[in-house]
Design a protein around this ligand. Structure first.
Ligand code: IPE
Ligand code: IPE
Ligand code: MG
Length: 256
């Protein structure tokens, strides 16, 4: 395993930081990231797009480490959307192979750091070997009690909602039994709280089908920085911006 992808501390989130105010601002419990701009990052350097995706995976370590250091308990990363299948076949193949490489090289180490990995999205469209690796990673880390790392991989919010509706119909639930809590149990995110903060890199200001149900009251933070360059300073900026906001959830008094 490349130590490179790992935080230097044995466990994260850092126990001292959890539930604390870091540098005087409030830390989000769940941060979800739309990791965008790999292709543009590569293009600006005259490199093939896949080099941007490689650089993007090499950036995971410092961002997870920084989030852990600040006391963030749950992190979700948008790695591949249901719409990303429409990219040229060689880019899709390259992306799947890079992501398979990350699983093979990093899962044991993340396990050693007490990280619990969750998969959000569909498994059935991946090559069998990749499906096996993902299942193995989930199984290996399922009892871990440190940071929860959700990986949205062949994930689409609309697909997720449709799958939930189908499962509810299959289970024969009476309409009066369906409320937001029950519905939430049918979503890929059933083991995660709603994201408090959604970060999108590379300047775009849209969700691109990411957590469309769960983001109802999330705070958004858009950074012009492309994902491979999004470092611990950028993380701190995003967390600080979150900490300065007032959340009301429709009420008149600030909540949380
Ligand atoms: C994000 O980078 C990674 C994935 C969507 C898989 P992009 O590949 O979208 O990079 P840009 O937006 O073209 O720069
Ligand atoms: C969103 O980025 C998906 C991921 C980051 C995995 P895209 O680059 O696919 O989104 P659009 O096409 O710009 O909306
Ligand atoms: Mg993009």
């Amino acid at each position: 395993m490349s130590e490179a992808l790992l935080p230097s501390q044995p466990f994260f989130p850092s126990p001292e930081a959890v539930g604390q105010q870091t540098n005087g601002y409030k830390v989000p419990n769940h941060v979800a990231i739309i990791m965008d701009g790999n292709g543009r990052w590569a293009g600006q350097r005259g490199l093939p797009r896949l080099e941007g995706h490689r650089a993007g995976t090499q950036n995971l370590h410092r961002v997870l480490e920084a989030l852990g250091r600040h006391g963030v308990r749950h992190v979700t990363l948008y790695a591949f959307s249901t719409e990303n299948w429409s990219r040229p076949p060689e880019e899709v193949r390259g992306l799947l192979s890079i992501l398979q490489g990350v699983i093979e090289s990093e899962v044991r180490a993340l396990h050693a750091k007490n990280v619990r990995i969750l998969h959000l999205g569909r498994l059935d469209r991946f090559p069998k070997r990749l499906q096996r690796e993902i299942r193995r990673a989930l199984e290996l880390t399922r009892n871990n009690t440190g940071m929860t790392l959700g990986v949205a991989f062949d994930y689409g919010g609309r697909d997720e909602i449709l799958e939930a509706v189908k499962a509810i119909v299959r289970d024969g639930l009476a309409p009066e039994r369906i409320d937001e809590t029950v519905f939430g149990r049918y979503l890929y995110t059933r083991e995660l709280p709603d994201p408090d903060l959604i970060i999108r890199t590379a300047g775009e200001q849209r969700l691109s089908n990411f957590l469309i149900w769960q983001s109802a009251y999330s705070e958004f933070y858009c950074s012009p920085c492309p994902w491979p360059d999004f470092d611990e300073v950028e993380v701190e900026r995003a967390l600080r911006s979150f900490g300065e906001r007032t959340r009301r959830f429709g009420a008149l008094i600030p909540i949380g």
